[in-house]
Ligand binder design. Structure first.
Ligand code: 5HY
Length: 244
């Protein structure tokens, strides 16, 4: 099977670490194609960034459909464009926040989320609500490191680890969800240091999509997630017109 893993920001380095994490757990017959858009924000740290990342994300979904992708991961903790992607894709689409929270809910009474900037904590709470995970999500914490300062930053690992330690103590949680795709490669090290499960949303989402495809399952397209109604688009979004 072919799973397209989309980093919705335009940072190639981060896309590479996401690809590494996804490939580490993919089945031998699963091809992982990690991509990022050619247009959009270098990182997603605000509602504005998230809104303007979605067109590039959807363009990558359209390319994936042309390539016959069997499923998709949206590799950004805000799960941007998830519903729109589900209208376009023939196969299942899973966001890393959605997958990580569900995986963490199997690991104890509750989990804590540790994400990047404090301003993105509200989004994590909103997603916990949306996914029915509020009873398991015992806290959302920020390490206050910008997304693009995570890669290749030894000090970042220590800061994130201490934020996780504080979260566990404050929330009384059993597991950690790292709230950024850019933290994907840090999970094992932080888990070993703290002695608790640390969930990597990239791997959780990849394995969820792989399982759904293996079961022959896809998004139901009878109603809300049917393909979008055909209509013209104009201006710089002209090429996004559907039903052309
Ligand atoms: C992410 N931003 O996973 C989110 C993390 C965040 O560019 N990739 C990004 O801070 O919401």
């Amino acid at each position: 099977m072919l799973i397209t893993v989309i980093n919705p920001n335009t940072s190639w380095d981060m896309t590479g670490s996401i690809e590494w994490s996804a490939q580490a757990v993919a089945a031998p017959d699963t091809v992982v194609r990690a991509v990022c858009p050619v247009m959009g924000p270098a990182s997603i740290e605000s509602h504005y960034d998230e809104a303007l990342a979605v067109p590039g994300l959807l363009a990558e979904i359209a390319i994936g459909e042309e390539l016959g992708a069997d499923g998709y991961v949206i590799a950004c903790f805000g799960d941007p464009g998830l519903d729109a992607a589900r209208e376009l894709a023939a196969g299942p689409v899973v966001g890393i926040a959605e997958a990580a929270m569900h995986a963490a809910s199997f690991l104890g009474r509750g989990f804590s989320v540790v994400t990047t900037l404090a301003r993105t904590c509200g989004r994590a709470w909103d997603l916990a609500d949306r996914y029915g995970m509020r009873r398991f999500c015992l806290g959302v914490h920020a390490c206050d490191i910008p997304v693009l300062e995570l890669d290749g930053n030894p000090a970042a690992v220590k800061t994130i680890t201490e934020a996780c330690r504080t979260a566990l103590d404050t929330d009384g949680s059993d597991a950690i969800v790292l709230g950024c795709a850019g933290m994907s490669t840090l999970c094992a090290e932080i888990s070993a240091e703290l002695g608790v499960p640390v969930v990597d949303g990239v791997q959780a989402a990849l394995l969820t999509v792989q399982s759904l495809v293996t079961m022959g399952l896809r998004t139901g397209s009878r109603g809300e997630f049917a393909p979008p109604p055909a209509k013209p688009y104009s201006g710089i979004l002209r090429d996004f017109g559907t039903g052309r």
